[in-house]
Ligand binder design. Structure first.
Ligand SMILES: Cc1cc2nc3c(=O)[nH]c(=O)nc-3n(C[C@H](O)[C@H](O)[C@H](O)COP(=O)(O)OP(=O)(O)OC[C@H]3O[C@@H](n4cnc5c(N)ncnc54)[C@H](O)[C@@H]3O)c2cc1C
Length: 347
């Protein structure tokens, strides 16, 4: 056996899973093809639950404190603070570096390589590594290989995705943040998220069903575009999608899918990392207790609230009129909006 656990994918969820595993006394290695640090299309808002999980593991990434969430549609705006501790806007590259440093301290090896297959029997799993004659043999695999998880596809766990396809694009701008909330701007068929990530940088992520250039999408948000006038871009444009990914199960024998690999609803509520970290923790518990079959139920238990909120909001805001009604309702019922934001804070 090379290790108790091989984590396929050294993104944030894979690395957090490895840290949980090491803390539980399990031997673990991470298989990841890309050199550090990784950048990725992301809104970069760490919800309070995600930040708490990182702190619990001794990881404290640099960034800008987030007080809450503000919805804006040009005419109206409504904000709600997180009920407990703050969240944090953190560049993905910074998050990656901090997690890699934590892995080093925990003496967890990151093996450069791509998983090209997984074969399992009753007691073990063999991970085939692309271009290498030698694979890795372990008791369990945690597949954290992202939104389009090759492991998920190989195992036949991919389910039919919804017909509405949404995509995300992001870019950073060098400008002093003007708000300590994540701002969500609503247009007819897209949303733009502004997350402060440093004293002089904000990230802008656009979620949309329409394919198009980042600047074209930004033009749908005149108030935001005005704010960004004269600000220099501080990163390349990155994209991701289609966002919605469904699975038939999050487990197949000794292989457990965690993070985006285990299915994804949407980036609408910015809770992907919090959800992924929570799944990573219960996946490690399932391995520790030799109860992989219990993992999907435990994962569901720790994430259903935020998943239900994201699903509900997605359905409600699909038609243009639904967007108007949602924002009006949030303005008219700030208590309900605060309750929704507190769900995100806990996730
Ligand atoms: C536009 C957008 C905005 C978002 N905004 C937010 C936000 O504000 N807050 C938030 O919490 N979440 C947000 N999310 C979601 C968040 O980005 C994801 O939930 C998160 O990145 C999931 O992490 P992960 O580790 O599961 O996957 P990833 O970060 O995708 O990492 C997967 C890793 O697996 C590796 N890999 C892939 N294939 C293989 C293979 N065959 N072998 C080995 N390794 C492999 C990849 O190289 C990668 O490093 C957003 C997403 C999008 C698209």
């Amino acid at each position: 056996m090379d290790a108790d656990i091989v984590v396929i994918g050294g993104g944030p969820v894979g690395m957090v899973a490895a840290l949980y595993a090491a803390r539980a006394g399990l031997s673990v290695v991470v298989l990841e093809p890309r050199p550090a640090p990784h950048d990725k299309a992301c809104g970069e808002g760490l919800m309070p639950g995600a930040l708490l999980a990182l702190h619990d593991l001794g990881v404290d990434p640099p960034g800008r404190a987030l007080r809450g969430i503000e919805y804006i549609d040009g005419r109206r705006s409504v904000s709600a603070d997180f009920s407990g501790p703050a969240g944090r806007g953190v560049r993905r590259t910074a998050l990656h570096q901090e997690l890699r440093a934590a892995l080093e301290i925990a003496e967890i090896s990151v093996i450069p390589g791509t998983a090209a297959g997984v074969e399992q029997d009753a007691d073990s799993v063999q991970v085939v590594i692309s271009g290498s004659k030698q694979g890795l043999v372990c008791r369990y695999v945690l597949a954290a290989d992202g939104l389009h998880s090759p492991t998920r596809r190989r195992l036949g766990l991919q389910a039919k995705a919804p017909s509405v396809r949404r995509y995300g694009l992001r870019q950073h701008f060098r400008v002093a943040p003007w708000n300590d909330c994540v701002e969500v701007y609503w247009a007819a068929s897209a949303e733009a998220y502004v997350t402060p990530v440093a004293e002089d940088v904000v990230g802008v992520a656009v979620l949309t069903t329409r394919r198009g250039a980042f600047d074209e999408h930004l033009a749908d948000f005149p108030h935001l575009a005005e704010r960004l006038t004269g600000a220099t871009p501080a990163s390349d444009i990155l994209g991701a999608g289609p966002l919605a990914q469904r699975v038939t199960s999050r487990v197949c024998g000794r292989i457990l899918l965690v993070g985006d690999a285990g299915g994804y609803v949407d980036a609408l509520t910015g809770e992907g990392l919090a959800v992924g970290f929570a799944q990573a923790e219960v996946a490690v518990q399932a391995v520790l207790l030799d109860r992989p079959a219990a993992y999907p139920r435990w994962a569901q238990k720790v994430t259903w609230r935020s998943t239900a909120l994201t699903r509900g909001l997605l359905v409600a805001t699909q038609p243009t009129w639904g967007r108007r009604v949602t924002l009006r309702a949030a303005v008219a019922m700030p208590g309900a909006f605060r309750a929704a934001v507190s769900v995100l804070a806990r996730s």
